[in-house]
Design a protein around this ligand. Structure first.
Ligand code: IPE
Ligand code: IPE
Ligand code: MG
Length: 236
């Protein structure tokens, strides 16, 4: 029975959760923060190796400025406030995305979180902020092109493994299970390279309502899937 090493979650549905209650969208994001805290704890307890979470996409800048500003303030506050608990849980936090494009407050708090937890040996929590899967691939291509231009590398030496090692988190295993709460049947530019053979699990449960039991249900569904990686059904 295959066990998921790397689970990725598109934390979606905050706005609808708030709207259903006649609350401002930000109330949904605040509740989404609590869901993340719960699921990080549960992931550590379950013994997951890696949890990647989509906090803010490179396309989310298109939202109303007030929502973007409030989200940035939330990221800064949440990363600072949750740091002691991450330490206590031995979580190694990492950040993926174009951090240099974030305002200084959230940028620094995310960097501090990663720096201060880098020696922890428990769950690896990969927080995607100002992250786009296409941007990550472009950034990797630029890195490799620069090495070619410097004469350090020949174009024909670029293969799949070298490309994978040029991504934001070169040492992480590929995503086994991609979970999308909120019911949308799309990937929205999350971890495009890394999900090549991920199993996809979509649930209508909105992210602020997402509980440990929902994570466990997704993991149980994953265990029943037959992963073929291109082979014929039943082939060993
Ligand atoms: C996801 O929830 C959180 C972010 C994108 C930051 P949404 O805000 O997209 O919630 P819905 O999809 O509008 O319900
Ligand atoms: C994806 O959700 C991004 C995050 C959860 C951070 P969106 O709500 O931005 O995705 P779309 O726009 O519905 O595809
Ligand atoms: Mg959404």
């Amino acid at each position: 029975m295959a066990v998921a090493r790397h689970v990725a979650i598109i934390m979606d549905g905050n706005g609808r959760w708030a709207q259903e209650r006649g609350l401002p969208r930000m109330a949904g994001h605040a509740e989404g923060r609590k869901a993340m805290k719960r699921i990080v704890r549960a992931s550590g307890e379950i013994g997951l190796e890696v949890l990647s979470v989509y906090a803010f996409s490179s396309e989310n800048w298109a939202r109303p400025q007030a929502e973007v500003d409030a989200l940035m303030a939330l990221f800064e506050q949440a990363t600072r406030e949750e740091l002691p608990e991450l330490q206590e849980q031995n979580v190694q936090a990492r950040v993926s995305g174009r951090l240099h494009e974030l305002p200084p407050g959230p940028r620094q708090s995310l960097l501090d979180m990663a720096e201060q937890t880098k020696h922890n040996t428990g769950l690896i929590l990969n927080v995607a902020c100002n992250y786009g899967g296409q941007a990550e691939i472009v950034d990797a291509a630029q890195k490799l092109a620069r090495r070619c231009a410097d004469g350090e590398l020949k174009p024909e030496e670029i293969d799949r493994d070298l490309f994978a090692r040029s991504l934001y988190q070169p040492d992480l295993p590929p995503v086994d299970l991609l979970i999308r709460p909120g019911g949308e049947m799309r990937v929205s530019n999350f971890l495009l390279w890394e999900i090549a053979y991920a199993e996809i699990y979509v649930t209508p449960v909105l992210w602020p309502d997402f509980q440990r039991e929902h994570l466990e249900a997704a993991l149980a569904a994953f265990e029943k899937r037959e992963r073929r990686f291109g082979k014929a059904p039943g082939q060993t």
